[in-house]
Design a protein around this ligand. Structure first.
Ligand code: TYM
Length: 354
């Protein structure tokens, strides 16, 4: 049975400062996956306008995310780095997926409910259709694996639903045109054009929590800057934020079970583990029984040693915007070649004359 060739795709929105959650949940994994996969990493600028149309600094934000990718260790020559709007097929495939996906699927998305808030009628249509564009991002490259944080899980399930409905609605044409790849869906062997993409969410910090409240996700939009570590924070700021991070009065537990119901302790141990490429069990084995007054300085030192070189490199890359624009243009060209081929196939499958 022929198989989809493995390909990784992921994206980050150019809205606001990147923080430790974005780094540990996504970008650090992007870097590691370069060793084993062909990777496509995208600054998803079309997504940025779903919640807010006008951004004064969109260009700088796009460059800043690109700089973060490169500074963290993504190789734009061996892999592909580009911004979404350069490749028009993202929007084109998203339109087709708008006609594949059902309104009920979109209405169920918790991120839509959170972002639209109480005044749903006044949210942009783009915010509702957002997951359909996200599915298009991924499936335009027929990507098999998508590294993301835990908050994107539901969007990836929807991406699979869209792929599956497209494959099944057009199964005869896909087969007739010889464009399918055989795959197993449950017990059934089917011929599909789009893969059922696997999310890569695991690891010790799939959901990094706020430093001020271990039950809330670390987020760009939190009003308190003390709640997050930004990738651009200097060493003193990182240390201050970790020193002030909320904890409970108990020492660290001696086993993983002891982290249950201690969200702040669990979060800091997860962060330590992810930053040092170790498991939480390993970190507990080293620090179990110690007070936070001993653990926090170790965590600060580790965070500064990992993040400082990235922010220094980001700053120096941002001094040369022409270089960044060149990386995006080159990546966009190579992404465009793959995208063009997929859209040609999709049009043939649907029956659009091209
Ligand atoms: P975005 O831009 O909000 O976030 C980028 C990545 O960071 C992860 N993340 C976190 N991980 C752990 N803990 C946290 N506190 C945390 N906060 C954010 C996100 O899960 C994400 O992986 N919809 C996406 C962008 C997107 C995309 C795609 C991703 C558009 N198209 C296709 C993958 C594939 C988003 O808004 O991510």
């Amino acid at each position: 049975m022929s198989e989809f060739s493995p390909r990784v795709f992921s994206g980050v929105q150019p809205t606001g400062n990147l923080h430790l959650g974005n780094y540990l949940g996504a970008i650090r994994k992007f870097v590691a996956l370069q060793e084993s996969h062909n990777c496509v990493y995208c600054v998803v600028d079309l997504h940025a306008m779903t919640a807010q149309l006008v951004h004064e600094d969109l260009e700088e934000q796009i460059r800043s995310i690109t700089a973060a990718f490169l500074a963290a260790g993504i190789d734009p020559k061996a892999h592909i780095v580009f911004n979404q709007s350069r490749v028009p097929q993202h929007a084109e495939l998203a339109w087709i997926f708008n006609c594949v996906a059902r309104i009920g699927w979109m209405n169920r998305m918790t991120q839509f409910k959170d972002k639209a808030g109480k005044d749903r009628e006044n949210a942009s249509l783009g915010l509702l259709a957002y997951p359909s564009l996200m599915a298009a991002d991924i499936l335009l490259y027929r990507a098999t694996h998508v590294p993301v944080g835990d908050d994107q899980k539901q969007h990836l399930e929807l991406t699979r639903d869209i792929a599956q409905k497209f494959n099944s609605d057009f199964s005869e044409r896909i087969e007739k045109l010889g464009l399918g790849v055989e795959m197993m869906v449950g017990e059934e062997r089917v011929n599909g054009y789009f893969p059922l993409t696997e999310p890569l969410i695991e690891g010790p910090a799939p959901r990094v929590m706020s430093l001020r409240d271990g039950t809330k996700k670390m987020s760009k939009s939190d009003v308190s800057d003390l709640s997050r570590i930004n990738l651009t924070d200097d060493a003193d700021t990182i240390s201050k934020k970790i020193r002030k991070a909320k904890t409970d009065p108990e020492p660290l537990p001696s086993d993983l079970e002891g982290l249950v119901d201690r969200p702040e302790a669990d979060n800091l141990v997860g962060i330590y583990a992810a930053l040092s490429d170790r498991s939480k069990a390993d970190v507990i084995a080293e620090f179990g029984g110690r007070q936070f007054s001993a653990f926090k300085p170790a965590l600060s030192e580790l965070a500064v040693s990992v993040l400082s070189p990235i922010s220094t490199q980001m700053r120096s890359l941002l001094d040369d915007p022409a270089y960044i624009d060149g990386v995006l243009a080159d990546g966009g060209e190579r992404a465009g070649e793959i995208a063009e081929k997929t859209m040609k196939d999709v049009k043939a499958i649907i029956g659009l004359l091209a």
